[in-house]
Structures are given as structure tokens and as C-alpha cells.
Write a protein that binds this ligand. Sequence first.
Ligand code: HEM
Ligand SMILES: [Cu+2]
Length: 602
Amino acid sequence: MSTTVAGSHAHSHAPSQGIGAFLRTYVFSLDHKVIGIQFLFSTLLWFVVGGLLALAVRWQLAWPWSDMPIVGRMLFSAQGGQISPEFYTMLFTMHATVMIFFVIIPILAGAFGNFLIPLMIGADDMAFPTLNMLSYWFMWPAFVAMTMSFFVAGGASAGGWTNYPPLSTVQSASPGSHTGQTLWLIGLTFVGVSSMMGSVNYMTTIIQMRAPGMTMFRLPMTIWGMFITAVLQAFALPVLTAAGFMQLCDRLLGTGFFIPEGLYVNGAEAQAGGGQPLLWQHLFWFYSHPAVYIMILPAMGIVSDILTVFSRKPLFGYKPMIYSISGIAGLGFIVWGHHMFMSGMNPALGMTFMVSTMMIALPSAIKTFNWLGTIWGGKITYNTPMLFALSFVSMFIIGGLSGIFMAATPVDIFIHDTYFIVGHIHYVLFGGTAFAVFGAIYYWFPKMFGRMMNDSWGKAHFFFSFIFFNGTFFTMHILGTGGFPRRYADPYHFETFKHLQSMNQFMTICALGMGAAQIIFAVNFFYSLFFGPRCGRNPWRANSLEWSAPSPPGHGNFDSQPIVYRGPYEYNNPEADDDYYPQTTPPPATHGQSQPAPALAH
Ligand code: HEM
Ligand SMILES: [Cu+2]
């Protein structure tokens, strides 16, 4: 696709530029801003794909085995326009896979991490620009592998996003465990390599490239979130990548890491033996529990920044915020067993996982308390980024509280693998992270593209998303406590769940409404890209460094080397003439005099 664009565009350039220059500027660019925007567009595109997959899941749960309007005839004409049970398992597997690995993780680290880290620390680019470019292009083999998997015999992976063996490894166990599963593993390996390249780069950049005066404790929370996330990724990802590789060996080379001896599935004996299915669960969750924080810590940083700007107050408890993110990250490595309470583990071990999981509530509560402290008594502007940030806080509280229920082993025995879990995931990941991402898009769009997005349409997008989100997902807790299972194509097959169908229909209607609300966002986004009012450098009157650069910043970001005099949260500081005090404004005592050299980063 890129070549056609390049081809048609090349005419308008001077001959000295040509296709090569176009490719270097917009396609294989080394500029962190271009790479960030490439990640943004790719992930938003996958957001649409993941969303459509989810709507198909919801269609089946509301009106099982009924013809899907319009698309049903195109996709499943063989079954007369209906979803088959096999296709249903693929739908939810691929929905989660796409949303987690192609949307949430790369939009936070890839899009916002890339765009913001150099700008917010006062650097002209990342420490390793080529590595940075590669981290984007390593996503493409993954994109291609996952897309292809839908079209191979047996279809895409169908073992759930967690892909537990033997379901995922023994080919007779599920239709998607043929080539589809192999492609899934290959895709995941590429995503892993891409993220590792990113995380090394982020850590090095944040440690090495800060502007003079930008000490670690003057970094905005967004950067702290990205930094701790990069550390988490560096420690956790190799485990998943290795585990994925081992599963690939089980499938292709006949090893038996995850397959026990003498296992028969659907009348066929599994090829190799001597392995342990539980080993996969340990390795997978050793990555994937920290990964849930990879999916929320940057969002927590982003929200902290948006809340301060639109409350015109300093962040309440800056250092406790940093310690609590670090605490969450540290604890995140010792709690993975809470996903395995039902695997028959020793109750003493279960108890330690239960207690350590509950301890995560402490730093989480500190953060929530500090956000409330930040907006308390502030001069709040309720614009679109702020509304999304405020809803992040409230939705995260609901998702955190449901987490504590599940952390209690005796409770989890009843709600494990029910819709309660699905409710929890979506409160933290959609109401939490995805809402923060929307806030971030509205907030940094002016810096990325030099134009403002429309606030009234933004609010419409927010209100419809918020209402329909809660309509869709709060209900899941009620279903879950009623025992309604997740990952079943037709739960109404069981008499006890029949009465829950009308509730599911209500949820599906809300989900369709939520999908429709995103059209408002898409129109606003693309319209503003070309016709939004132009903005100056600092439309929100914010303190952090990116706002002192032009909108959009040119190559190299800043007009001159920025020098940092204070932290990013000095709002309504009596020393400043205005209600904000940019990090680069020299203190008044030194006006006109020769300035003392600022403390160098330590
Ligand atoms: C106070 C904080 C939290 C606690 C105590 C907590 C606890 C738990 C527990 C015990 C489970 C396993 C439930 C089961 O399968 O039976 C779980 C599942 C899950 N949590 Fe959390 N959680 C918390 C925060 C988060 C956050 C912040 C995220 C993501 C941003 C998250 C994402 C998930 C996901 C994706 C699953 C389901 C995985 C699956 O089985 O597919 N959680 N959580
Ligand atoms: Cu977990």
C-alpha cells in the first residue's frame, strides 16, 4: 500500500527528492514523531477490526444461531448466514488478541511513548532511532500473520487469548489449532521482539537524554509511567516470547514441553508426551499479569498529567505516585498465580497469591486518593480530555474493586471463567486504559498535528461511549455472579441461563451504540486533521516541555536546547505571573542577571 501512496505522491516533489526521500520521511522514518504517528494510525485501524470482532461475539450471545444482518450472508454463507460454534471461539480469541497485542499495548508504548518521551524530557529524538524504526516495522509481520490466520484451513487461533495447551497444541482439540495457531505464535513472537526493542530504547532515552535540569524527579508522570512500563516489559516479555517459542516447537518439531504422556483428545493421541500443560499457564501469566500493568501504568501517568492541567493545581503527592507505580510494578511479578486458583494448586500457595494480590490494592488506592486530591478544590475545566481522564479514575475504581473480589480464592472459585472476569477486564482495560487513550488523543492531537479537535463532538463521543460502556459491561458482573460462563457459544443451551438472554440482548444493543459512538470520534479525528482550527504552541497553558516546542514540532523538536528549572506541576504558583509556570521559564530572581547553571540531571 505504501508504495502506491509513495508513487502517486512522488510527482509533486522536486526531482531531487523522489520516492527515496518520501520513503525516508514518511515510511521508514527515523523521527520518533513520525514513528509514533505510524503506531497511532496502525493501532486505530486494528481498533476497528477488534471492535467488529467483539460486536460479532455480542451478536451471538444476544441472538444465538440467528442470521447476522448483511454481513452474515457475506461471511458465513455456507451456514446460511449464521456464526458456527467454531467461528465463535475464533471470534473471542482474536478479539482479545487484537485488542491487547495490536491496540492497547502498542498505542500506549508505541504511539504515545514514541511521540512523547523525547518531547517531554527535552531531547531531539530517541537514543536509538534505527532500533525505533525497526520496532515499528517488526509489527508488520505480526499484522500479516494474524490477518492471514483467518484465511488458512481451520481458521484463526481458537484457544482463547491465553492459548492454554492442550487446546492450543493438540491439533484435534480445536479447529483453530492448525496453521492458525502457528501463525498466532509467529505473530506474537514478532510483537514480543518489537516491544523489547521499544523498551530498551525507552529506558536508555529516559536515563540518558534528559535536558539539563530535568532530574528524574522533575519528569512528568506520563514519562514515569512509560519508564516503569519499559522496565516491566524488559523483564516479563522474554518469558512470554520463550514460552511462545516452546509452544511453536511442540507444534512444529515434535517436542513435548506442554503435552502430557498418553493424552487423548477427540479420539486422537497427542503426538509428543512427557510435558506439563500447567507450565504454560505459569509462563503465560508470569508475563501476562505484569502485562496488565503494561496496559495501564502509562495510562495512569497520562491521566495524572491531564488532571493537573485542567484543575490548574499541582499534582497531589508526586513522589508517592512514583513509589506507588513502582510498587504496583514490583508486586505485579509475584501475583500471577491468582489466574490459576482453579488449577488445583496447594492452598498454602494459593493463600500467598491471594494476599500478595490484595496488596496491590494499597498502591492503587494511594493513586486514586492522589487523583482525587489533585482535582479537589481545583478550577476544573470539563473539556473532552478532562472528561475522559475523570472517567478513567472512576472506571478504574470499579475495575480495581472487582479485582479484589476475584483475588479472594474462595470467591474466585465461583466466579472464575464467568462473565464477572470479562466485566473486570473491560472496566480496567476499556473504561480505564482505552478512555485514557481517548483523553490522550484529544489532549495531544494539537501537538501532533498542529490543529485542535472539536470539543463539542468530543463531548458527544465521550457521553455516548461512557453511557453505553457501562450499559454493556456493568451488567457483566450481574451475569457473572449468576454463573453465566465466558467462552461458550450458546450458554442458553443450559436451562439455568435461559432467563439471562434478555439481559444479554440489552448489552448487545449498548455495545452497538458504543460502536456507533466511535464513528463520531473517527469523523472528528479526520475532519480536524485537515480542517481543525490551527493552534499555537501551548493551547492548554500547560507546563511540560512538549508545549514549548512548535505544533507540530519540526525535526529535532525544539528551537534550542531547553533548560529545565522546575517540575511540571507548578500551577498557580505565586512566584509566576500566570496560573502556570512552564518548566523552561527561568525563575524571577535570575531575570536579567546571568543565570546560575541549572542542576544537571542526576
Ligand atoms: C486492584 C487491582 C487488580 C486486582 C486485585 C486484580 C485481580 C485479578 C484477578 C484475581 C484475576 C483472575 C480472575 C480469574 O480468572 O478468576 C484478574 C483477571 C484479569 N485482570 Fe485483574 N486485577 C487488578 C487490576 C487489573 C488491571 C489494572 C488490569 C488491566 C489493565 C487487569 C486485567 C485483567 C485481565 C485482562 C484479566 C483476565 C485474564 C483472562 O483470564 O483472560 N486487572 N484480575
Ligand atoms: Cu492478574
